[in-house]
Design a protein. Structure first.
Length: 165
């Protein structure tokens, strides 16, 4: 087992030196500067890998190669986006990166309705409430046909929550 920390790249307020000092030997990171459906350039992969290794760590997990909405929707755009996604995986593997974590979530890449939910011990955690997401999807984003994706109970709670917020 390897202790890894999530690192959001050079703009992360936690530097790699602190990650290493805390006892991690690896990081979970990605090339956030590249858009969905864009093949990650070999040079960028190697530069990020060198940056991590230069700090005495290992790039252990790639998170994530974003899954474009085209893949989720199908058709010819899905085939093109899938080809780009596969090419990025090939390039990562060619440079020794073999563990890839990805998010396949609706509407947006990943969603949590609360980013700092208080825990009894004083810490915080990410949290997801389906009725809050449904409120976002149906009443704020107003995605056409969104209501059909949720149960009547969730829609009732979503509307109540949205009216209170």
């Amino acid at each position: 087992m390897e202790q890894c920390w999530r690192w959001f790249g050079p703009a992360d307020p936690v530097p790699l030196a602190h990650v290493r000092q805390a006892g991690a030997s690896g990081v979970v990171t990605a090339l956030h500067e590249h858009y969905r459906g864009e093949v990650w350039p070999d040079e960028a992969i190697l530069a990020r890998k060198a940056e991590v290794e230069g700090a005495g760590l290992r790039w252990s997990v790639v998170e994530s190669i974003p899954v474009p909405n085209a893949i989720k929707l199908g058709g010819q755009p899905a085939r093109d986006a899938t080809s780009a996604w596969i090419e990025t995986m090939r390039r990562l593997a060619r440079h020794g990166l073999q563990v890839i974590c990805y998010n396949f979530m609706p509407v947006v890449d990943w969603t949590r309705t609360e980013l700092a939910y208080p825990l009894p011990g004083g810490g915080t955690a990410l949290r997801f409430n389906i009725h809050e997401f449904a409120a976002f999807d149906c009443y704020m984003l107003e995605r056409p046909g969104a209501e059909a994706d949720y149960s009547a109970d969730v829609l009732t709670r979503a509307k109540e929550w949205h009216l209170r917020s």
